[in-house]
Design a protein around this ligand. Structure first.
Ligand code: FES
Ligand SMILES: [Fe+2]
Length: 438
């Protein structure tokens, strides 16, 4: 097989998430965040939920129980999304069949002796778990249900997390890669900023003083890690750490290492749409968002979302999107007020990853050392997916949720030490704020 053919095949295996695919099988071994609890009112309207290429219906029955199941009624495939959310289950409005939250058919009222049919009919349903105002779903084999991942930010007290949902119109992997791609920071987000624009104590100074960081990358129990280093004028180092965590989580480096409790899931809706779910600890330190002149950093407005609709792709769409070119302001770009011309940091990332095409063609890339983290993460994901497909080996974190416990991202300034990035990480994580069991 030629190198190009191999790259194309790898890309297929890394990006396709439907039932029976290599990556889809890997994703189905984990609990994944899916909805806001507030989307599902007890006895309220069901919600169309697209996950891993499967069209599902989610609902909360009048007594508060959650149900997530195939949206097609097992009788003749009419959509249960249109169904009646009744006491004891969801009733198909076509012929009245009713399903409880375990997916069991409990009424077949359109034939005499329908009760005899019920035990033979059970629809595909998935288990749910709810915490921090987020509904999680497990879509894998029931007998292989894993524990919840022990990602530290999830140990925060109820009410201490800020949660953001936003949809991306591209494959999960290229969306995820945007979060572990350190060298774009100095261009896409702050390309027009110079050190003197910033407050003296703002570490972003080091980013804009040298836009080509030294990058070190390694495997970690939870996935992969990198450290991007800049040297300070006083002979110290400014280090930025970030992680990829199985199966689709990132920890971006924005924030002080000692209290930056943060994680973001890039949950595939299907092969070409992704839901990002960001979990932020409210008590983490403030990010610098102000320049030396007191003005906000350019392009840091709040993310604006369109109202949710009931469409399969109707949840958490951004107001700036490919159909309006992200409201790019060419004057702001030309005049260097906003380097990209696009307002909002998240939308800047969104524009870049969506503009690559729904599934980017990785066989035509020209990768350089700044892409090491991305290359390593692809390899780690691909290897895990193939080991699962060929040998049935469970991917990282599935049988040992503790692999996530020491994962932390953030930045630090180090003076007077020549310890390497991994040693410094180990020292600082012991000194850092920790939640949950150590
Ligand atoms: S299709 Fe649902 S009851 Fe007939
Ligand atoms: Fe970014």
């Amino acid at each position: 097989m030629s190198t190009k053919d191999q790259l194309i095949r790898d890309n297929e295996d890394m990006t396709r998430v439907g039932p029976g695919t290599a990556m889809g099988s890997l994703m189905r071994r984990y609990w994944l965040p899916a909805l806001r609890s507030s989307e599902l009112a007890a006895g309220g309207s069901p919600v169309r939920l697209l996950m891993l290429g499967e069209k599902l219906v989610a609902f909360r029955s009048p007594n508060g129980e959650l149900g997530v199941m195939d949206h097609r009624c097992p009788h003749r495939n009419a959509s249960l999304y249109l169904g009646r959310n009744e006491e004891g289950g969801l009733r198909c409005i076509y012929h009245g069949w009713k399903f409880d939250t375990s997916g069991q058919c409990v009424e077949v009222p359109n034939v005499p002796n329908g009760a005899q049919v019920c035990p033979k009919v059970k629809t595909t349903r998935y288990k749910t778990y709810e915490r921090h105002g987020v509904v999680w779903v497990y879509m894998g084999p029931a007998e292989l249900e894993p524990p919840l991942p022990l990602i530290e930010v999830l140990e925060a007290d109820e009410g201490d997390l800020e949660i953001e949902f936003a949809q991306r119109e591209c494959n999960f992997l290229q969306a995820l890669e945007g979060d572990i791609d350190t060298s774009h920071l100095g261009f896409l987000h702050v390309g027009n900023i110079v050190p003197d624009d910033l407050l003296p104590q703002d570490p972003m100074r080091y980013v804009v003083a040298n836009r080509a960081p030294e990058l070190e990358v390694g495997d970690a129990p939870w996935g992969t890690s990198y450290c991007a280093t800049k040297h300070t004028p006083t002979g110290g180092r400014y280090l930025r750490y970030a992680n990829f965590m199985f199966p689709c989580w990132t920890q971006a480096p924005q924030g002080q290492f000692e209290n930056n409790l943060f994680a973001r899931a890039w949950v595939p809706m299907d092969d070409t749409h992704t839901m990002s779910i960001t979990l932020l600890w409210k008590k983490r330190g403030n990010l610098f968002r102000t320049m030396a002149n007191g003005e906000p950093l350019p392009g840091v407005s709040e993310l604006r979302l369109l109202p949710n609709t009931s469409d399969w792709y109707g949840r958490y769409r951004t107001e700036q999107n490919p159909r309006n070119d992200y409201l790019i302001d060419r004057d702001a770009q030309r005049e260097d007020r906003i380097y990209s011309g696009i307002d909002n940091i998240g939308v800047q990332d969104q524009a870049m990853t969506e503009s690559m095409g729904e599934i980017t063609d990785r066989s035509r890339e020209h990768l350089v050392p700044s892409d090491m983290m991305i290359v390593r993460t692809r390899r780690r994901l691909l290897q895990a997916a193939r080991l699962l497909a060929v040998e049935g080996k469970a991917p990282p974190g599935v049988s040992d949720p503790f692999v996530y416990r020491m994962a932390r991202s953030g930045d630090m300034i180090v003076e007077g030490s020549d310890a390497n990035w991994k040693a410094l990480y180990d020292i600082r994580i012991r000194e850092a704020v920790r939640l949950g069991q150590a």
